[in-house]
Design a protein around this ligand. Structure first.
Ligand code: FUL
Length: 698
C-alpha cells in the first residue's frame, strides 16, 4: 500500500505545482483585427510557387488567343509535365498553377462541355489531358496543384449571357472534382472585349462584378475543395488579392488587409489597407520573361539573377508570396534558359540565407509578457515559428537586441510576426552597434508573415530591432541575420536617336566591357568609357559590369538595335516633344494632344526606303500615363506618303498589366513612311502615347 500512497502524494504535489505555475502564466495575447483562415495560413507558408502558361496561342505567338484558333494547331511533340514539375521542385517551389483555360477558351483538358479543347487536337490523337498529366506530375514531385480558369472566354457563343455562367461552373466542377486536391484557383481580371464568340466576331461587355455571381461561384468552389484559396481580381473579394502590377513587386508597406466591399484602387492593391475589415493578402505574380506565353524572340530576355533576386526581396521579402511564371514552348517543354535562370535563382537564395548569424547570438528584450519564459526573447530565434516573443497588452514600443559577442558582418535582416494573431506592427527600425555607437540601418512600416531588409554591409557587435508602433502588443516569431554575397547587376544598354549607344552600370564601382561581334564580353574585351557613335546599320552589343576589387562579372546584357533612327522625321505633328518616342529612353514618352479623338496617327518618315518586316511599340512606362496605352492599332506603310498599305492590325494583348515592348511582324515590304494608327486605348478614352516606336528591317 505504501508505494501507492507515495505515488498519489507525488501526483497531488505535481498538480498543485502545475496549477500554481498556471496562475503565474500570463494569458495569451488576444488576436488583433481580421485574421487569416486556416487555408490562407497554409497558403502563405507556401511562399514561392509556379505559374505555367500554355495554350493554343502558344502556337500563334500571341499574348491572348482570339478564340477562333484551330485546335489542330495544338500539337506539342515533346510535352512532358514531369520536366515542368522537376524544374519547379528543383527551383525550390511548392506548387504549380496551370492555365487550364486562358482567354481564348481553349481547354487543356477534355471538358465534357465544349469541343474547343485538346479533344480535337492531334496531340495524343485527341486522347490527351494536360491537366491530368500535370496533376500527376505534381503528386510525384510533392508539389501542390492549382488551376487558372479564365472567366473571359473568347470562344464561347454564350459568353455574356446567363447560360455561360452554367458552362463556367460546369467547367469549374470538372477541374475541382477530377484532379485531386487543388490549392488555389485563379480568375483573371481581363473580362469581356472583342472575340470570336462562336462565330459572332463582336465585342461583348460584361460587368465583372455581377456577371459571374461570385458569391455563389465561391460557394461551389469551397464545397468542392474545402482547403482551397480563391484569387480573384474582378468583383467580390475572395481569399487573395492582386498587387496591381505584373512587374514583380508589392509595396514596402504591405497590409494583408482590405475592406470586404467597395472598390480597390491601385494604392490599395499595392499596400493593402491598415484598418481593412477582411484578411486579403497579396500574391505577387510575374513572369520569368517579359510576357506570359512563350515567344522565341524573348529567349534573350529571361530575367537575370539580379532581377530575380530583386523580385524575391520585393515579394516574399515584403509579406507577399511569389507566383513566378514559366511559359511552355510549342514543343511542350520549358526552355533551358528559363530552367537555368530558376536554378541559379535557387542557388543564390540558398547561398544568401545559408548562415543565420542570429543563431549564435545572445538575445535580450526590453520587456517580456508577464515576465514569462513562454514569451521571452529566445522565442524569436528558436527554430519554432509558432512560438513568439511578446510584451504586455498595453505596450506598443519595445525592442529585441542580438549580441554577437564579436564584430560581425551582415547585410540582410529577416523578421516575422505570428500572423495567426493578426498583422500588428505598424512601424519599426533596425539599428547596429558600430564601434560602440548605435547606427540606424533602416526604418520601415509593416512586417507581416515575413519581411526581409537589404542594406549595405555593416560590421557590428549588436543589432537592435525596435517596434515603434503596433495595432496591439507586438509579437515576433522569428528574427534572422545574414551576410548575403553581393550580386552584380548587368548593365543597361540604350541607343538614342542620333545612334549613340550608352551603357550604364547598376552601381558606382563597376567597370564596363563590351563586344560588337556577338562574342561574350570579359574584362579583356573593350572597356566602355563614353557613349559610342555607331553607324546607321544594325548593331548587336553585349556588355558586362565587372568589379575590379572582387574580380566578379555580371551576367551579360545584350541589345540588338535595328537601323539607326537619326534621319527619322515625325510628320504628323510639329511638337518637338514627340521625338521622345524615338529617343531610345524607355523612361520618357509622348502623348497625342488630349483633345484629339481616336483614331490618332503617328506618321514617320524613315529618311530612306527600308525593307520592313515588322514594327515595335513600347507604351509609357509610368503608371500615371497608363491612360495613354494603345490596345488596338493599325500599321500602314507607304513609299510616297500618299498611297498607304495596311500591313498589320490587331491588338496589343495584356498591354495594360504588362506594358512591355510589343512586336508585330509582317511580310517583307519596301517603304519609306510608316503610320501607327491608334484605335483604342486601355481606358477607351482618346489619349494615345508612346515611349518608343521602332521598326524591324530584313
Ligand atoms: C493577365 C492575363 O490577361 C495574362 O494573359 C496572364 O494570364 C496574366 C497572369 O494575367 O491579366
Amino acid at each position: 500500500m505504501k508505494p501507492m500512497h507515495t505515488s498519489i502524494f507525488v501526483q497531488l504535489a505535481l498538480c498543485l505545482l502545475t496549477s500554481l505555475a498556471g496562475l503565474a502564466q500570463p494569458a495569451p495575447p488576444k488576436p488583433v483585427g481580421p485574421l487569416p483562415s486556416a487555408n490562407q495560413l497554409r497558403w502563405q507558408k507556401m511562399e514561392y510557387y509556379a505559374f505555367i502558361h500554355f495554350s493554343i496561342n502558344t502556337y500563334t505567338d500571341m499574348a491572348w488567343g482570339l478564340g477562333n484558333e484551330d485546335p489542330k494547331l495544338f500539337n506539342p511533340t515533346k510535352l512532358d509535365c514531369r520536366q515542368w514539375a522537376r524544374i519547379c521542385k528543383e527551383a525550390g517551389m511548392t506548387g504549380i498553377i496551370f492555365t487550364a483555360k486562358h482567354h481564348s477558351g481553349f481547354c487543356l483538358w477534355p471538358s465534357k462541355y465544349t469541343d474547343y479543347s485538346v479533344k480535337n487536337a492531334p496531340w495524343r490523337n485527341g486522347k490527351g489531358d494536360v491537366v491530368r498529366e500535370l496533376a500527376d506530375a505534381c503528386k510525384e514531385y510533392g508539389l501542390k496543384f492549382g488551376v487558372y480558369l479564365s472567366p473571359w472566354d473568347r470562344n464561347h457563343a454564350d459568353y455574356g449571357k446567363p447560360e455561360y455562367i452554367t458552362y463556367f461552373r460546369n467547367q469549374l466542377t470538372e477541374l475541382l472534382t477530377n484532379y485531386g486536391d487543388i490549392f488555389e484557383v485563379w480568375y483573371d481580371g481581363a473580362n469581356g472585349g472583342s472575340g470570336y464568340y462562336g462565330g459572332a466576331n463582336e465585342t461583348r461587355k460584361i460587368d465583372a462584378k455581377t456577371y459571374y455571381d461570385w458569391p455563389n461561384t465561391y460557394k461551389l468552389v469551397r464545397k468542392l475543395q474545402p482547403n482551397i484559396v480563391i484569387w480573384n481580381d474582378g468583383g467580390d473579394r475572395a481569399d487573395l488579392r492582386w498587387v496591381g502590377t505584373e512587374a514583380g513587386y508589392v509595396g514596402e508597406t504591405n497590409w494583408s488587409l482590405l475592406n470586404a466591399t467597395g472598390d480597390v484602387p491601385e494604392e490599395m492593391l499595392r499596400h493593402g489597407v491598415e484598418n481593412g475589415n477582411a484578411w486579403v493578402p497579396g500574391e505577387v505574380n510575374t513572369s520569368i520573361r517579359p510576357e506570359w506565353f512563350y515567344h522565341e524572340r524573348e529567349d534573350r530576355k529571361v530575367k537575370t539573377l539580379p532581377q530575380l533576386m530583386d523580385t524575391y526581396y520585393n515579394s516574399i521579402g515584403r509579406n507577399g508570396t511569389l507566383l513566378l511564371n514559366f511559359p511552355i514552348m510549342p514543343n511542350g517543354l520549358i526552355h533551358e534558359l528559363d530552367e537555368k535562370a530558376a536554378q541559379s535563382f535557387a542557388n543564390a537564395r540558398k547561398e544568401a540565407f545559408a548562415v543565420n548569424l542570429a543563431k549564435n547570438a545572445k538575445v535580450t528584450a526590453s520587456e517580456v509578457r508577464g515576465k514569462s519564459a513562454t514569451y521571452d526573447a529566445g522565442k524569436a530565434i528558436d527554430a519554432d515559428l509558432e512560438s513568439f516573443w511578446g510584451t504586455d497588452d498595453n505596450v506598443r514600443n519595445a525592442s529585441l537586441t542580438l549580441n554577437f559577442n564579436k564584430p560581425t558582418t551582415f547585410n540582410r535582416f529577416l523578421v516575422q510576426e505570428p500572423i495567426r494573431l493578426g498583422q500588428r506592427v505598424k512601424a519599426f527600425k533596425v539599428e547596429a552597434l558600430v564601434d560602440g555607437n548605435w547606427k540606424e540601418i533602416d526604418k520601415q512600416t509593416t512586417i507581416g508573415y515575413k519581411r526581409i531588409l537589404r542594406f549595405p554591409t555593416v560590421e557590428a557587435t549588436q543589432l537592435r530591432l525596435t517596434i515603434l508602433d503596433a495595432k496591439g502588443s507586438p509579437l515576433i516569431s522569428n528574427l534572422a541575420v545574414y551576410n548575403a554575397p553581393l550580386i552584380l547587376s548587368p548593365p543597361v544598354i540604350t541607343r538614342n536617336q542620333t545612334g549613340d549607344i550608352q551603357i550604364k552600370p547598376g552601381d558606382t564601382e563597376s567597370e564596363l566591357y563590351y563586344t560588337l561581334d556577338g562574342s561574350t564580353p570579359t574584362a579583356k574585351t573593350t572597356k566602355y568609357t563614353t557613349p559610342m557613335k555607331t553607324s546607321g546599320g544594325k548593331v548587336e552589343l553585349k556588355a558586362i559590369a565587372y568589379n575590379p576589387f572582387t574580380k566578379q562579372s555580371s551576367v551579360v546584357s545584350e541589345e540588338k538595335f535595328d537601323v539607326a533612327r537619326s534621319n527619322w522625321k515625325i510628320l504628323s505633328t510639329d511638337a518637338k516633344s514627340a521625338y521622345q518616342a524615338l529617343d531610345g529612353n524607355p523612361g520618357t514618352s509622348w502623348q497625342q494632344p488630349k483633345n484629339l479623338a481616336m483614331p490618332t496617327d503617328l506618321v514617320i518618315d524613315l529618311g530612306k526606303e527600308e525593307n520592313l518586316v515588322g514594327f515595335r511599340y513600347l507604351p509609357a512606362q509610368n503608371w500615371w500615363e497608363e491612360a495613354s496605352i494603345i490596345t488596338h492599332y493599325q500599321f500602314e506603310v507607304s513609299t510616297d506618303n500618299v498611297t498607304w498599305k495596311r500591313v498589320s492590325e490587331g491588338e496589343f494583348s495584356n498591354i495594360k498589366n504588362s506594358p512591355v515592348w510589343q512586336t508585330k511582324s509582317f511580310g517583307p515590304i519596301k517603304a519609306r513612311y510608316i503610320k501607327l494608327r491608334a484605335l483604342k486605348n486601355t481606358q477607351e478614352g482618346s489619349a494615345s502615347g508612346y515611349a518608343e516606336v521602332d521598326v524591324i528591317t530584313q
